[in-house]
Design a protein. Structure first.
Length: 80
């Protein structure tokens, strides 16, 4: 599982931005979702894992909330 951007990607709206994370604090610049950055990374990694189980291959789109079983790819990367 590629951990790139997992703590910068919003699990609610999918926006990936280095500006979403300041130290241990995650606050989405798009939808306002806030949490601990490590928790956000764990939620995103969980979604990738669930998508892998459902699809039979590794997904690269952990942007869906934990209540959504499958997500669509996104290309929204802001700020690096």
């Amino acid at each position: 599982m590629d951990p790139k951007h997992t703590s910068q990607r919003c699990p609610r709206c999918g926006l990936v931005s280095s500006k979403n994370r300041k130290g241990h604090l995650f606050r989405c610049k798009s939808c306002g979702y806030a949490s601990n950055a490590d928790i956000v990374a764990a939620v995103n990694n969980k979604q990738v894992y669930l998508n892998t189980l459902l699809d039979g291959h590794q997904s690269t789109c952990p942007e869906a909330p934990a209540s959504v079983v499958r997500c669509k790819p996104t290309t929204s990367v802001v700020g690096g």
